[in-house]
Design a protein around this ligand. Structure first.
Ligand code: ZN
Ligand code: FE
Length: 241
């Protein structure tokens, strides 16, 4: 699979995904339509599908215009169908969504929103995590609990370490500033932050990441209990680093 990063709004990443075997192309969480349509057109790709991880407007805002321009079908969480009016196919835990010859399994990872899902291409070792897992962070608990987010982290850390994690935001630097405070003795975090600061100063992205890297540097993925995750999340929400 070929995966193209399209920066949108202030810090969103839209992921344009092309499967060369079939020539099919889909887009994950289009915040907006224009740059996505342009990126596909520039490569001679026709978008046939939109996959949404959750209903927030910075993940679905481009749905209608991309549908209108391409006839693409929209797949997203069945549990949020009432909040994604453009939805064509609602999916939930264990459902398979195909892109040409590749198949992704749907993981239900509620907490940021009550119906949040992730798409896991096991063969390709690729996870589209939406706003659930970020580089050195996790999503805010808008519609769920720390218990739920902890359960999500436990699931995600079972994935193969080399799994590439495509998050929906460039939050790494601010997450890392908090991670340093949360785990002051963690040399891997300090080391990673040197790299992140260098990349961001050069205007370069820090996403995708990998499960292995997050296991070393992400306090939320490393949390050993829901109570610990709740503490971390509350402290990060209040953190001004
Ligand atoms: Zn969100
Ligand atoms: Fe978001």
């Amino acid at each position: 699979m070929e995966i193209v990063r399209i920066p949108a709004l202030s810090d969103n990443y839209v992921w344009l995904v092309h499967e060369p075997g079939s020539g099919e192309t889909m887009v994950v969480d289009p915040a907006v339509a224009e740059p996505v349509l342009e990126a596909a057109e520039a490569r001679g790709w026709r978008i046939s599908a939109i996959w949404n991880t959750h209903w927030h407007p910075d993940h679905t805002g481009g749905n209608a215009a991309i549908k209108e321009a391409t006839g693409a079908t929209v797949t997203g969480p069945a549990a949020e169908a009432d909040r994604i009016p453009t939805l064509d196919r609602g999916v939930g835990e264990g459902d398979i969504v195909r892109l040409g010859g590749q198949a992704a399994r749907v993981l239900e990872v509620p907490a940021h929103t009550s119906g949040h899902i992730a798409f896991h291409f096991a063969d390709e070792r690729v996870l589209f995590a939406g706003d659930t897992l970020f580089a050195m962070g996790c999503g805010r608990l808008f519609e769920g609990t720390a218990d739920q987010m902890f359960a999500n982290m436990v699931r995600l850390r079972e994935l193969p370490h080399e799994t590439q994690v495509y998050c929906a935001h460039e939050y790494t630097q601010s997450n890392g500033r908090y991670a340093r405070v949360a785990e002051p003795g963690n040399a891997a975090i300090a080391q990673r932050m040197e790299e992140v600061d260098r990349l961001r100063a050069a205007g370069e992205p820090t996403v995708p990441t990998t499960i292995g890297r997050e296991l070393e540097t992400n306090p939320f993925l490393r949390a050993t209990s829901a109570e610990r995750l709740a503490e971390l999340r509350a402290a990060k929400d209040a953190f001004r680093g």
